[in-house]
Ligand binder design. Structure first.
Ligand code: KIV
Ligand code: ZN
Length: 525
């Protein structure tokens, strides 16, 4: 079996999804989970575009020692220097430089001729080579470029020191057989390609990102760039879990596999979905709630006789097996700590105390606590530990047939003051949101609201995911509790905290961040 490198770009391209912006603490948690999943590369951000991205790349570079950490850069020397500053503490840094190669981009965006792009390639990679010896070079919009020109640019990048060359379908335009042909052509035409890693990076505008990536692997691509749940710009990127499981399930066809710990896939998916506020559709391949649900009588009959009649993967291989009952209300601190440790969580002392307190409260209301419940409890507490402008202290609702739904809410602001108000609404959630609006006073619109239960049973923890819009920007929020009204209130406060932290897509936290973003030279990726 040939090994295919998995380059995860959830924290860079994935975070570019509308409403998907993450706090630095959330990035670190996702980075740790990606390391548990054993991806080969974590692209942690685009340091030149904002101080927040710079800090995130620097933090992940210092923290994640057993994985390559990549940072994206434009082609200008000052951008490369800044990116390297953010990356250089990494045990295994990968400096990623991007330049457009299609005539559409050259004419309308870069306003440069092909010869200039070739010079910029040599200059940028050559400059990066004075800083580090592991450099990825990407030819943006490669699939709409003249392939002879891409091959020429790749040859120049390799001659100048690139160790990975990446062939992106930036706008999700290519079709699988065509993409395979393009990859083969570029491999044939590029000088020195046999000494470097050929990578592909596919977007899903026409729903072909995974198919295109796999077609390229079949042609010999040695690295695939993808994101958890396929999150990303516009329709998103290739979905990591689908690629990994296609290779693992059809090794007979691809003669290739990855180093990933597939049992961590479902947990990685839930973490990214919760933090980004992007609900995974039930019919999503590999990790959707229905991916292993057999509804028709004929299928159920087959499954009872022999699982492989209708299942090509075992749900336990992707971490979707039955949650084991682990703890109950009599479980003590020791058992709780031990279980969290075995699940791979490392909590600071105050986070642990808060999580234990939350566990006890939930265990009073819910008979048995499974791993999935623990995951929801811990994530909820971690979210609270991140900086919040407002913290939800109390919510109380009165509702019922013929009643006017009324809610009372108490919040604490980050200056320590407590604020109480009440609201009425068309339903209990509306009443809670009206009360919060009266306290927070930030105009916004609720655009999406969804509730899922973490496990089965009437006493299950409910997870609420919402999206709000303010000034044309989208913010997500998430909450979890056995009481779905409390979870709804948590989700709204979480979304408002993100709004106030300036985490909306395209929203820079400081004026200098806006200036840096404008000056990045790589608009619109
Ligand atoms: O889609 C794209 O072309 C990119 C590059 C930076 C690789 O994201
Ligand atoms: Zn991309």
């Amino acid at each position: 079996m040939r090994n295919v490198r998995i380059f995860d770009t959830t924290l860079r391209d994935g975070e570019q999804a509308a409403g998907g912006a993450l706090t630095i603490d959330e990035k670190l948690e996702i980075g740790r989970q990606l390391a548990r999943l054993n991806v080969d590369v974590i692209e942690a951000g685009f340091p030149f575009t904002s101080p927040g991205d710079f800090r995130a790349v620097d933090l992940l570079a210092r923290e994640l020692r057993n994985v390559e950490v990549a940072g994206l850069s434009g082609f200008k020397r000052e951008q490369i220097d800044t990116t390297w500053d953010a990356l250089k503490a990494a045990a295994r840094p990968l400096l990623h430089i991007v330049i457009s190669t299609s005539d559409i981009h050259l004419q309308h965006q870069l306003h440069e001729r092909r010869e200039v792009v070739l010079d910029l390639t040599r200059d940028s990679v050559g400059h990066a080579r004075t800083l580090t010896d592991h450099i990825e070079f990407s030819a943006m919009d490669a699939t709409r470029s003249d392939l002879d020109f891409v091959s020429e640019v790749f040859s120049a990048a390799i001659e100048s020191g690139a160790t990975v060359v990446n062939f992106p379908d930036t706008v999700g335009y290519a079709q699988p057989a065509e993409f395979a042909e393009m990859v083969r052509y570029v491999m044939d035409q590029t000088r020195g390609i046999e000494d470097v890693v050929l990578s592909v990076h596919c977007h899903d505008d026409l729903g072909q990102a995974v198919a295109n990536s796999l077609a390229a692997v079949k042609e010999g691509a040695a690295q695939v760039e993808c994101t958890i749940n396929g999150v990303g710009e516009r329709a998103g990127n290739a979905s990591l879990e689908e690629i990994v499981m296609a290779l693992r399930t059809r090794g007979d066809y691809f003669a290739a596999d990855t180093r990933l710990v597939s049992t961590e896939l479902a947990r990685s998916s839930r973490l990214v979905s919760n933090y980004m506020g992007m609900v995974v559709p039930p019919n999503k391949a590999v990790i959707g709630a229905n991916a292993f649900a057999h509804a028709s009588g004929l299928h159920q009959d087959g499954m009872l006789k022999e699982r492989t009649t209708y299942e090509i993967m075992d749900p336990s291989d992707v971490g979707l097996d039955e949650s084991s009952i682990v703890l109950g209300k009599t479980s003590g601190r020791h058992a709780f700590r031990d279980r969290l440790k075995r699940m791979g969580y490392r909590l600071a002392d105050d986070e642990f105390q808060a999580a234990f307190q939350a566990f006890k409260e939930i265990a009073d209301r819910k008979k048995t606590i499974t791993d999935r419940d623990l995951e929801a409890i811990v994530q909820n507490e971690q979210r609270r530990a991140f900086h919040q402008t407002f913290e939800l202290l109390h919510v109380q609702v009165s509702t019922g047939t013929g009643a006017m739904p009324t809610a009372t809410v108490r919040l604490r602001s980050d200056d320590g003051e407590e604020h109480v108000d009440a609201g009425i609404g068309t339903g209990p959630v509306d009443a809670i949101y009206q009360a919060i609006n009266r306290l927070v006073k930030v105009p916004n619109q609720l655009t999406e609201f969804s509730i899922n239960s973490v496990t089965e049973g009437i006493d299950a923890i409910g997870e609420v995911t919402i999206r709000i819009e303010s000034n044309g920007k989208t913010f997500s929020g998430h909450g979890a509790d056995t009481d779905i009204l409390v979870a709804s209130a948590q989700a709204y406060v979480n979304a408002l905290n993100r709004l106030m932290a300036g985490l909306g897509k395209g929203w820079s936290t400081t004026p200098e961040a806006t200036l840096l973003a404008d000056a990045s030279g790589v608009p619109g990726i």
